[in-house]
Design a protein around this ligand. Structure first.
Ligand SMILES: *Cc1c(COP(=O)(O)O)cnc(C)c1O
Length: 385
């Protein structure tokens, strides 16, 4: 934690608990490891996604699990987002405190404690959540009754990811009947999300997978319509599939998250009509230089998620990040002629997976050109209950 007051009771100077940077600092002086955001690329990503959603007549509800940062959510809302998604009830708290009052928890919650947290927040905004089991409906209704609030409830349907969600229309109808019995709950529609297909590498594969998933979603919507039930909202989609999801005419709302940042994994996708730029980097400094053919940098497992592979060194094709230890990274020269970064110099790494990388940092340092412009708290980091 950064102490608020310069006169810290320990008597230690304020810079002993440093922010990674201050607005106006030169980029090269950022204290590493630090999370960097190229604000020009970020702004273009925001605009491209909002413009694409607007052109398709589909609402944009960006996923905040990617950034966990209220300042970013406010920027998305200012551009026209309908609200945000969170993945956990507690993740939503800092966003609600920042004034964002339309939040969908795009996930199931289990047990009375989480339901109560959600129902309590719903006294201050428009909240919704997913269900795929009857027992969850009763727990949510009970919590909302206790809090005197109302919750929107989405039925999550399985469209091929085989993670959460009901498999067939009869199961969805049973949930719908249960939701209708509770005055504290309002049926909000269907959530149809398939995370796996986002990462199919070729555009044609992704498009085909989206069409297949849409056929399944359409079948659910038609089954409900056959019983006289219309879905107020059909929500889903992510960065890898959104250009195709927008064209299907079945979603009324899309939930992409990573598009604002991109990452090593999405960088391996073939991009097409709707392109997003890499804007997120982990700044790391060369901290030791004693071995031939390699240098050691100060960003390791505690600064970078490696579940989607080791990071790339941005703009340095001759360098390879070869191994991550807790607080060390080994960067090798893979081309004989590659420049050897000097001790103390700063490298920019592209993390394999943006979402869990954000969760490792307290601050996001926004910059334009070679100047730091802002330092935003990643307020929902660690809020995983
Ligand atoms: C993660 C997630 C998203 C966003 O996915 P990206 O790949 O970051 O765009 C959308 N919806 C749900 C339910 C998710 O879990």
């Amino acid at each position: 934690m950064t102490p608020a007051s310069p006169a810290h009771p320990s008597g230690l100077a304020d810079f002993c608990w440093p922010l990674p940077a201050q607005p106006g600092d030169p980029l090269a002086s950022v204290d590493t490891p630090a999370l960097l955001l190229d604000l020009d690329a970020f702004d273009r990503n925001l605009a491209r996604m909002q413009d694409a959603a607007d052109a398709a007549g589909v609402a944009l509800r960006p996923h905040a699990k990617a950034h966990k940062c209220p300042a970013i959510a406010l920027a998305q809302m200012a551009r026209g987002a309908r609200g945000i998604c969170c993945q956990k009830a507690s993740e939503a708290l800092p966003f609600l405190q920042a004034g964002i009052t339309d939040i969908h928890v795009s996930n199931e919650v289990v047990g009375p404690v989480k339901a109560r947290r959600l129902a309590s927040m719903a006294r201050h905004g428009r909240f919704s959540v997913c269900v795929d089991d009857l027992s969850q409906v009763d727990i949510l209704a009970h919590a909302a009754a206790e809090e005197g609030s109302r919750l929107g409830v989405f039925i999550e349907i399985n469209i091929g990811q085989d993670r959460c969600g009901v498999n067939d229309a009869p199961a969805a109808l049973r949930l719908l009947e249960a939701i209708s019995r509770h005055p504290q709950l309002a049926f909000a529609g269907l959530q149809a999300y398939h995370g796996g297909l986002q990462h199919l590498r070729s555009r044609s594969e992704r498009q085909l997978a989206v069409v297949r998933a849409s056929v399944q979603t359409t079948a659910f919507v038609q089954s409900l319509a056959g019983r006289g039930v219309s879905c107020p909202t059909v929500t889903g989609a992510g960065t890898g599939s959104v250009e195709f999801d927008l064209a299907q005419g079945i979603y009324t709302e899309v939930q992409p998250g990573s598009y604002i940042f991109m990452d090593g994994d999405y960088g391996r996708n073939e991009q097409g009509g709707l392109r997003f730029e890499q804007s997120l980097f982990v700044a790391t400094a060369v901290m030791s230089d004693r071995r031939e053919g390699q240098v050691v940098v100060d960003a390791g497992l505690k600064s970078l998620a490696v579940d989607s592979g080791l990071p790339a060194v941005w703009g340095e094709p001759g360098l390879r990040y070869a191994a991550a230890n807790d607080e060390h990274g080994i960067v090798q020269r893979i081309e004989a002629g590659a420049p050897r970064p000097a001790l103390g110099s700063l490298l920019r790494l592209v993390a394999g997976h943006c979402d869990p990388t954000l969760n490792l940092h307290d601050h996001l340092v926004g910059y334009r050109g070679d100047r730091v412009e802002c330092v935003w708290p990643v307020s929902s980091r660690g809020m995983s209950r």
